[in-house]
Structures are given as C-alpha cells and as structure tokens.
Design a binder for this molecule. Structure first.
Ligand code: ADP
Ligand code: ZN
Length: 719
C-alpha cells in the first residue's frame, strides 16, 4: 500500500495522509486528487509520498485528477515556504502556481453497473430508477433528487450495481490568437562601459550556476533594461530560462515590444488584461518550454524549466505585494525561489527600497551601479515652486503656466502628474461645514465631474452630487481640493487650443484604451498628458521636455512610515520621464513643503543623501530595515466587538511575549472603516522575524463573534 500526504483547502500548512488504491501505479507528487471529507468531495494536492503512518484509520483517495504533475517538487517547496513565512494556508499558496481556470470542476457520473440487485433501500431504489430512465446521471442531479446520496451510492458501488465515473475536463489547446509571430529582431546597442561591467559581473555568476542576488542601481534612462536583456541572453545560451517581473503599470506595449524584439516567440507575456483562457494558454506554452516569461508579480510562479535568472524591475514597487492571502511580496519570494533553484536574481531600480539598498551595504546583495544616462542625455533640470508664496492660490503656479507655454511653443510635449483622480477631491457645505462621506467606509467621497457623482474610491459606492447640503439643507456647496479632471479642465481654460489627454483608472478602464492613449501621445497627436502615477513609470517619450508635478504633498501626508520614500521615488521616477531625447528636460514640482528632505534630495536625484537621512529616521523609530513588522488587523461589522477583540489580542500577545518584542496598539486602522467593516490594528516589531512568528503561534488567539484576523508580515501598505 502506498501513502501520500495531501494539502487540503483548509487555511493551515498541516498535511493529511491518505492511501492510494492498488490499481493506481503512477507517481502522484504534484498532481491533484479527489477525496471525500465528511461526505463531501474535495480536492487535495499531493505533496509527498510517505511511509505508513501511525494513524489507525487512513482513507483512500477516490481518483487522480491530473495526467501530469502540475507543479514541480521545487515549486512545492517554494509554496511550503510561502505558506509558512506569509502565514497562509498551503493550498492557497499552491493555487498561485496554476492559472485560475485550471481549478476546474470534476464532473461525476453514475451509470448502470455489472450486476443487478434485488434488495435495496428507498434511496438506493430511487437512484437505480433514475439510472434506468436516463442511462447516465450526474452527481449534481442525484443530489437534487435524493437527500444525501453518498452512503447509498457507496453501497451500490460496492455491490457493483452501479459504476461511478469521475471525468476531468481535459486541458484546452494553446490559443491560436496568442500564437507569437516571429518579429524582426532588433540590433542590440553597443553597451556603455558601466553597462558592460554590470553584464560581465552578472555573467560570472550565471556561469557558476549558483544562487546570488544583484541590486542594479541605475538612474532613470541609464539602460537597466538593456542589462536585463543581455543577462537573459547569457542564461538562454546555457539552455536555461528567465523570468522578468515588472510592476503592472509598466507592462506597456513599449516595454513588451523590447522583449519581443529580442526574443521573439521565446517570450511569454503575462498581465492582468489577459482573459482566463489566454492565461491558461500562456501557462501551457511555458510548460512546453518557453524560455522567457515577462509579467506582473504572478509571473513569478510560472512553471519554467531550468530557471537561471529572475529579474525584478522597479524592485521598490508596492505592486509586488499581494493584498490578500498569501500576502507575499514577489520581490522577496523571487529571491527565495532563486535560492531554491540556484538561479541569479537582478533587482533593478533608480530608487531602491531602503531594505534592498541596506542589503547591498551589508553585502547580502551585490550592488551594480549605472550612474549616468545613456546617450549623454542629461538628467533634467528640476525646479521647485513654493506654493505658499503664490499670489493667487490655484492649481497652477505662474511658473508652471509659463513653462508649459514655452514647452508646447517649441514643439515639445508636456506630462502633468496629479496623484489623485476625480475632479474635486470633496465637496463641503459652507454653512455647516459637513463633508459627505461614504456610508460603508470611513472616507470622504470624491466628486467626479463627468457624471456629477460622488464616489468612494475604496468600495465603489456612488450617489449623485447633491445641490443642497444633506445635513443642513444649505444651498452653498463648496468644491475643495482637486484631481486629474480639474487639472485637465484648468489646462484647457488657460490654453484653449491645447490638445490634452487624461489618463487615470477612470479613463483607462477599457481593455485597450491604455495602449491607444499612449500611442496617440507617442504620435504627437497630444500636447499635454495629464495623469496619476500610472504615467510616472517606465514610459519613454523622447519628445517630452517638461514634467510638471501639480502637488508633491499628497504622498507626504499619508500616515505611513514609508511616506518620504514613496515621495522621493515618485518624484525621481517622474522626473526621469523628462528629457529622454536630444532636447534637455525640465521638471517643475509644486509643493507646500519645499524644505522637506524627500523633496530636496529628489530635486538633485541624490539617492545616497536621501538614504542617509531616511535611515536616521528609521533607526530612531526601529522601522524596516532595522526591524521586521507583523501587522495584525481585526476586521468585522460590529465596531464594539472588533475593538474588544483587538484589546483581547493585545493582552494575549503581552502575556505570551517572552522575547521582548515591541507591541504597538491596538488602535483603529488609519481608515477605520472599509466596506462596512471596522478595522483595528496591532503591530509587532522586532529585528528578528522568527521571533514574530514564534510569538504569534505561542499566543494561539482565535477571534470570535464574526471578527476576522488578518496577518500580514512585511506589510507595505499604510502601517
Ligand atoms: P532604464 O531602464 O534604466 O530607465 P532604458 O533601458 O529604458 O533605461 O534605456 C533608455 C534608452 O536608452 C532606451 O531607449 C534604450 O534603448 C537606450 N539604450 C540603452 N542602452 C543603450 C546603449 N548601450 N546604447 C544606446 N542606447 C541604449
Ligand atoms: Zn466606501
């Protein structure tokens, strides 16, 4: 008898042992099997074969669902690590490794068996009659006619009066629409000396075929992508494959084309605009040997064979963190996958996260630098406008208006960044001062002028903008703050002739419009592009010579210990969009905090000074990279209960805290109500994450009364 350990759809990393019927001879590791738990059919993942365990009763599996393993032993190990480290269930982690549409249903039929029986219970009789009438009956049909048919079916099957057939939907073929045409290959440029040094250094490790991590720190436009392309070529020459991770918003045709032009049909692309069918098709192509996979964070779980390299571009991006279980960070998980499969990792950025730069200082990562832009295009000239000294407060300073005019007059293009979508940030009653908020979330509603509605940016709730105050019936409504829509309108008011295009999640909802908008900008059909941070990364438009930042203060004002880091990164990235061609670039940043070090250092693109200042602050308050954080959030509809459970959690933690871990809170989360749920947070802080794990498992806390506990290690959102 053979025994296997299964992972079941239960939020635990524990494994369950089942036996394998004699007639199943194949290797089962990495396949899914069907089992019965409490009379319900359930899918289990086979993790390993084991010796006969010391358990009295071991059940048999019903059937095997996959012809071929759908996950390799290496990836099973990675899923195990993720489940443990990110505190999730193992099957949730395993599910990341297959396309969602592959978790298909199994269809079970019942047919006439070999033998007739004379004695049968009422429900057995009913089943037999149905089969006689219809020939073949599906299990779901039986369930609707016979109450709990399982035991009757079991008896009938044992007596060979019926046959139970489990049919699995076969894998579909590779979608024709995605078949890659061979493109004309580009001619790789001659590398700059810095690029060459980086490529050579990486090559040494690719040839050693061992694990190592590089931090490729290069200013915007320094040619990091070319370094990735060369490293991928080196890996492919050795018969190995590569995965390239990009933040979703940089997955533009522009960048994808660069990979396609270099690697042609060898390249699979995975992004969120693929349909489920296309995604499955790409997954199959990768299993059949595609050697370069480019995609957003989930591409990390691609079943590439012979992994040699993982590239994580814009490694500081918070889009690498998944905000539901398992709450993994694809950058850190990439390093772990590479370690397990002896591959090389390149983390690239113009503004590395403090964690990664620190790791390069303590030599955990090897740092490679590209300090200059290629093709001698110089970094843009950055100017700050102190909005406090503007004569008339408005969206645009006199300086910015003048610079826009000069830029467009000289035949160049402008990008204006406004990190908030919508028209007016909120509306307020002049008389009573009240501001309409979302009934489900503790957040102000945003006014959208296109349809004159107030919308919640968290839950999507919306209502028509009122013309009288809902509270005091006052008729004087004030529009305060502003977003992309108002910036667009203001540009058109000042420059009625200007061709303006707005890009934010409201205007790019359609599957293709994102791409279409960028093309019309590239073709110079537009003078001025107004957008959210969606436009700040990865784009390359040589004709853009002015980038205006309407308000540098939005990120700074977030209650987040990374507020300065995010501001610095955003300003540096967006400044990098200017002057990528022959003409020198200009950047104008409007702010009410001109003296802030994140803004001052961003003007000079001085990362090392920013790093030094930011590290002082992190050290003082024991924030990462000087510590690890575990954020515990309690969520529920009853505010009082949530608060009480948060109190109880923190008491239990304090009682079990034997290793001197910092316990902060409980306190209401910074948005204390989201989608009708109240949120409270407790934060654990210690330089050693293992201690955080230990404390959490020692305290054995289970929330009650409809309250849910979310556990998030290395959180990146607002903490
Ligand atoms: P980064 O990713 O660092 O922002 P890119 O890789 O996008 O920079 O490079 C910016 C531009 O310079 C691209 O158009 C790229 O094709 C070009 N480029 C990169 N390396 C070279 C090189 N060695 N010689 C000429 N052009 C290059
Ligand atoms: Zn809401």
């Amino acid at each position: 008898m053979r025994y296997i350990n299964l992972s079941l759809r239960i939020p635990t990393t524990r494994l369950y042992t089942y036996s394998v019927p004699q007639h199943i001879k194949e290797n089962l590791v990495g396949k899914r099997v069907l089992i019965l738990i409490k009379q319900k059919r359930s899918v289990g993942w086979v993790i390993e074969e084991v010796e006969k365990p010391d358990i009295a009763e071991i059940k048999e599996i019903i059937t095997v669902l996959d012809d071929e393993p759908i996950i390799s032993p290496e990836l099973i190990d990675l899923a195990k690590w993720m489940a443990e480290y990110y505190l999730s269930g193992l099957s949730e982690a395993l599910n990341l490794f297959i396309p969602p549409s592959l978790s298909q249903r199994v269809i079970t039929y019942v047919e006439k068996g070999n033998l007739e029986i004379t004695k049968a219970s009422p429900s057995q009789k009913l089943i037999l009659e149905l089969i006689k009438e219809k020939g073949r009956v599906s299990l779901s049909m039986l369930k609707s006619r016979v109450s709990s048919p399982y035991s009757a079916l079991k008896v009938l099957e044992a007596k060979e009066a019926i046959k139970v057939i489990n049919q699995i939907k076969p894998l579909p073929g590779i979608s024709k629409t995605l078949e890659v045409k061979e493109t004309i290959k580009d001619i790789p440029p001659v590398l700059s000396p810095d690029q060459k040094d980086a490529v050579d250094r990486i090559q040494v490790f690719i040839e050693k075929e061992g694990f190592s991590t590089f931090l490729l720190y290069g200013v915007t436009g320094s040619g990091k992508t070319e370094v990735y392309l060369r490293a991928i070529e080196d890996v492919m020459k050795r018969g190995k494959s590569a995965i390239v991770l990009l933040p979703e918003i940089s997955l533009t045709t522009q960048l994808i084309e660069r990979f396609r032009m270099r690697f042609g049909a060898e390249c699979a692309i995975i992004h969120s605009r693929l349909t489920a069918k296309e995604r499955l098709s790409e997954w199959q192509r990768i299993r059949q040997g595609t050697r370069v996979v480019v995609g957003a964070r989930s591409a990390l779980f691609s079943p590439v064979k012979n992994l040699g390299l993982i590239v994580v571009d814009e490694e500081q991006s918070s889009s690498y963190k998944q905000e539901n279980d398992p709450r993994y960070n694809a950058r850190d998980t990439a390093v772990m996958r590479a370690k397990m499969e002896k591959a090389v990792v390149i983390l690239g950025s113009a503004t590395p996260s403090l964690e990664s730069f620190y790791n390069s200082q303590i030599k955990k990562y090897e740092r490679l630098e590209l300090p200059d832009r290629v093709q001698k295009s110089r970094l843009p000239n950055v100017e700050i406008v102190d909005m406090r000294s503007e004569k008339e407060p408005g969206i645009f300073s006199q300086k910015l208006i003048k610079t826009i005019e000069e830029t467009v007059d000289s035949g160049h293009q402008v990008i204006l960044l406004m990190n908030r979508r919508g028209f007016s940030n909120y509306i307020q009653c002049y008389d009573c001062g009240s501001i309409p908020g979302c009934p489900n979330c503790d957040i102000t509603l945003t006014f959208h002028s296109s349809d004159k509605r107030l919308r919640c940016h968290y839950c999507g709730f919306s209502l028509p903008a009122p013309s009288v105050c809902p509270k005091c019936k006052g008729e004087r409504i004030k529009f305060s703050g502003f977003g992309t829509q108002q910036v667009e309108k203001e540009v058109l008011r000042i420059f009625p002739e200007m061709r303006v295009l707005r890009m934010d999640t409201d205007t790019t909802k359609k599957r293709l419009s994102h791409q279409e908008m960028l093309s019309s900008f590239a073709e110079k059909k537009v003078d001025c592009l107004v957008g959210t941070q969606m436009i700040s990364k990865g784009l390359h438009f040589p004709n853009v010579t002015l980038v205006g930042v309407i308000s540098a203060d939005i990120f700074l004002s977030l209650p987040d210990f990374r507020a300065a880091e995010k501001t610095f990164s955003l300003l540096t990235q967006v400044a990098g969009r200017s002057g990528r061609g022959d003409a020198p670039g200009r950047v104008v940043i409007q702010t009410y905090n001109p003296g802030h070090y994140a803004i001052q250092t961003a003007i000079h693109q001085n990362y090392s000074l920013f790093f030094q200042k930011e590290m002082e602050y992190r050290r003082e308050l024991l924030y990462p990279p000087f510590s690890r954080l575990l954020s515990l959030i309690l969520r529920g509809e009853d505010e009082e209960r949530v608060g009480k459970e948060a109190e109880r959690l923190s008491e239990v933690l304090i009682d079990s805290n034997k290793e001197g871990i910092h316990i902060l809170g409980p306190a209401p989360y910074y948005i204390s109500k989201i989608k009708r749920n109240y949120l409270y947070q407790v934060i654990l802080k210690d330089p050693d994450y293992k201690k955080l794990h230990r404390l959490l498992s020692a305290c054995d806390f289970k929330p009650t009364g409809g309250v849910e506990l979310i556990r998030d290690i290395d959180p990146v959102g607002v903490v």
